[in-house]
Design a protein around this ligand. Structure first.
Ligand code: PBE
Length: 298
């Protein structure tokens, strides 16, 4: 009798224990706060449609079978959403990239991407229209020589976005403070050519606002007029292919803008990387306790 009773208690205990263990691991619930998906509100906060990172995120949603909605917005709105989530310690997942000033401003991490949907290491390339070399040899050489480090770009981005400087001012400040680097981009004894005004296309991503303004002011030092034209990613690429722009310094390759590049490849001059060590992916604040895109489904 006593033995039977003990066996029963043991069995009950075991059942309780199992329920406790499995109940926790399967639902990944933290004391009444909901599932991972609920904590993120089932949303990934994106940026401008047309950005490579938006297409990559749509692909990630398919490949990882994520039951999430990718919200279109703008780079500025994405950062504003990130800021307000961090201020109230809420969970948020955004489309993010490096170099970006947000990593200096907040503690953030990339979610691991075991399927490699976001590609590996990227570079940013300079692309010129065919014929620019002949029309503006000095500008072409400067664009070809333009190469800097992620930390350089970040310094300009921080001045613009955190210290609230005007992009032209921030670019001029960086040029003043980095004479040695800039000197290497300035060709000597190369003619300016017939073209007096250089038109640069770009998209208003924080990284590209920084680079394009720096290049603008270096070209102005060479005596050119420079016009910047802010457009969508698609327009930037068709524009450089059609020769509407003289150059862009915003080509994220080989992955992020790979499809765009393929379409214009034969019609442009690829002047190679102006920055190496770039990256795109899904970014969350450090206090978010998941580490992989796969965990978003939990
Ligand atoms: N970005 C910044 C761009 C390239 C530069 C990562 C937002 C994109 O996804 O196309």
């Amino acid at each position: 009798m006593f033995r039977q009773y003990r066996a029963l208690t043991l069995a009950t205990l075991l059942v309780f224990l199992m329920a406790a263990v499995f109940g926790c691991t399967t639902g990944e619930k933290e004391a009444g706060q909901g599932t991972v998906k609920e904590k993120f509100n089932g949303e990934i906060i994106g940026i401008e449609p047309g950005a490579g990172i938006m297409k990559a995120t749509e692909k990630a949603i398919k490949e990882y079978s994520l039951d999430y909605t990718l919200k279109d917005s703008s780079s500025a709105a994405m950062v504003a959403a990130l800021k307000s989530a961090i201020e109230s310690k809420k969970w948020i997942v955004v489309t993010g990239w490096t170099p970006h000033w947000m990593f200096a401003r907040w503690d953030l991490k990339y979610l691991e991407d075991p399927k490699g949907v976001y590609g590996g290491e990227e570079h940013i390339a300079t692309i010129a229209r065919k014929g620019l070399q002949k029309d503006a040899p000095a500008a072409y050489q400067m664009l070809d020589a333009f190469y800097w480090q992620p930390s350089d770009m970040e310094a300009v981005m921080l001045d613009i976005n955190v210290n609230k400087m005007d992009p032209d001012e921030a670019a001029q400040k960086w040029i003043r403070e980095n004479e040695d680097k800039v000197k290497k981009w300035i060709p000597e004894g190369v003619p300016k050519g017939n073209l007096k005004k250089i038109k640069l296309g770009y998209v208003e991503w924080d990284s590209e606002i920084a680079s394009t303004h720096v290049v603008k002011h270096v070209l102005m030092k060479l005596g050119y007029d420079v016009e910047l034209k802010a457009v969508d990613a698609g327009v930037m690429w068709t524009g450089i292919g059609a020769g509407h722009f003289d150059a862009i310094v915003a080509a994220w390759l080989p992955h992020t803008h790979g499809d765009y590049y393929k379409q214009v490849k034969d019609k442009v001059d690829n002047l190679g990387p102006n920055l190496e060590g770039a990256k795109i992916g899904l970014v969350v604040p450090d206090y978010v306790t998941i580490n992989s895109i796969e965990d978003l489904n939990k």
